[in-house]
Design a protein around this ligand. Structure first.
Ligand code: HEM
Length: 419
């Protein structure tokens, strides 16, 4: 395969790169300019085509029959067999039409704009309760934004929708950290060699599956107004949803619904701290909250990558993609594409239009996008009006992952108006 050796040396997939320096925006920029579809080898594993421009990401995502999700969820650096995960979980993100469409339909009514708007009062209540704790009497305080607000809020809202009893919320928190932090030694139950730990992944999957299997059985007998009840009694092709798919659905919702919004909220606050004039703009014009939320999702792009596998040979930007090759779609790169966004490296709460692809696009467009938007809307509407001072009080600690842009800790010093 012919390519510029220096481009080949760019690291866009090593989790240490992400943990140390955050997203490799300079590398993506070079790829967008010089080789928008670029082959990378994975030592000891299966290589991939890096897709870095927005237009290509959209083109590929909108052809779900030609570029499928099933065989390979994402690129993991350790070179484990690409099929490694599918025997453990079978969920929307590794399904394709027609299965995908039918499975997605079982829960989609819970995530429509109208259903989500009905949760606004509850989201506001949880946010204000947490902010009351954080604010104290309005004095200068220190805390960890991830621990004090971003994590418990996203966890609480989702656990409530699922129907998980409050006493079990800490378990959810641990599981989501262990899955999303699959390459981060801090979240592993067993020592890791530095790669992604599939044994640990299997263990957390088993814990989560065991827990939800019991709850699903209870709800089948005694249904309530929650997602567990809906999925536990749903049918696929006229028969009850099979156990692997049912339990994988809960697995997906717990992880996808927590790690992402939590990190958008933390990264969004960091962007406000680094750009105080943008925070001031939002404070003086609260109508900017919707564009501000879209800009936070564009800027933070908490999902780094998902793959699509070609089912036929195809040529793209002069590169020959063979049947079975995987495209790795880099969402944060597409969201900084200079062809789609003027001044892409500037954070602007009033950016309009903002055609970001932080929630993906096409068949697999994020099921929880309306929920994430609502949560971010409530958090930043409150913070922008009540924060009187804010600065970082220690390092913004990133998770060791090239899959989800996790934030482990965000120490802040702040003064928050009590209400
Ligand atoms: C800022 C927060 C979030 C971001 C950036 C985000 C991002 C994404 C992305 C990029 C995808 C894949 C889209 C594609 O392949 O085209 C996705 C899928 C998904 N997301 Fe989110 N997400 C967020 C919040 C949530 C929340 C709160 C939930 C709620 C439970 C959720 C549930 C899902 C599910 C179930 C899928 C799979 C959809 C499918 O395959 O049909 N996400 N998300």
């Amino acid at each position: 395969m012919q390519s510029d050796p220096s481009l080949d040396e760019l690291d866009v997939i090593g989790p240490d790169t992400y943990a140390r320096g955050g997203y490799p925006h300079a590398a993506w920029k070079r790829l967008r300019e010089e080789s928008p579809i670029h082959w990378f080898d994975v030592p000891g594993g299966v290589g991939f085509w890096a897709v870095t421009r927005r237009s290509d990401l959209v083109w590929i995502s909108k052809q779900p029959e030609r570029f499928i999700n099933g065989p390979r969820l994402a690129v993991f650096e350790e070179g484990a067999p690409v099929e490694g995960e599918r025997k453990f979980v079978r969920q929307l993100l590794n399904m394709d039409p027609p299965d995908h469409t039918e499975y997605r339909g079982t829960a989609s009514a819970w995530f429509t704009p109208r259903s989500i708007q009905r949760r606004r009062v509850e989201v506001e209540r949880i946010t204000r309760d947490l902010l009351r704790e954080m604010a104290g009497d309005g004095e200068v305080r220190e805390g960890d934004f991830v621990r004090d607000l971003a994590a418990p809020l996203t966890l609480g809202v989702l656990a409530d929708m699922l129907g998980v009893p409050r006493a079990d919320w800490p378990k959810m928190f641990e599981w989501t950290n262990r899955v999303a932090g699959g390459s981060d030694p801090e979240f592993q139950t067993e020592p890791t060699t530095g790669g992604r730990n599939l044994a640990s992944f299997e263990q957390v999957r088993n814990d989560l599956f065991g827990y939800f299997a019991e709850l699903a059985a209870e709800r089948r007998k005694d249904p309530r107004d929650d997602i567990i009840s809906v999925l536990a009694s749903s049918t696929i092709g006229g028969a009850p949803m099979p156990p692997l798919e049912l339990l994988s659905y809960f697995f997906l919702l717990v992880v996808a619904g927590n790690e992402t919004t939590r990190n958008a909220a933390s990264g969004g606050l960091l962007a406000m701290i680094e750009n105080p004039s943008e925070l001031a703009k939002l404070r003086s014009d609260p109508r900017l909250i919707s564009p501000a939320v879209e800009e936070i999702v564009r800027w933070t792009s908490p999902v780094i990558q998902f793959c699509r596998t070609a089912v036929e040979d195809v040529e793209l930007h002069g590169k020959r993609i063979r049947k079975g090759d995987a495209f790795c779609l880099f969402y944060p790169s597409a969201n900084r594409d200079e062809d789609a966004f003027p001044d892409p490296d500037v954070f602007r709460v009033d950016r309009r239009p903002n055609p970001h692809v932080g929630f993906g696009i096409g068949e697999h467009f994020c099921l929880g996008a309306n929920l994430a938007r609502l949560e971010l809307n409530v958090i930043f509407a409150e913070l922008s009006q009540r924060l009187e001072e804010i600065e970082l009080a220690g390092p913004f600690e990133r998770m060791r992952s090239s899959f989800l842009g996790g934030v482990k800790r965000m120490p802040i010093r702040y003064r928050l108006r009590p209400s």
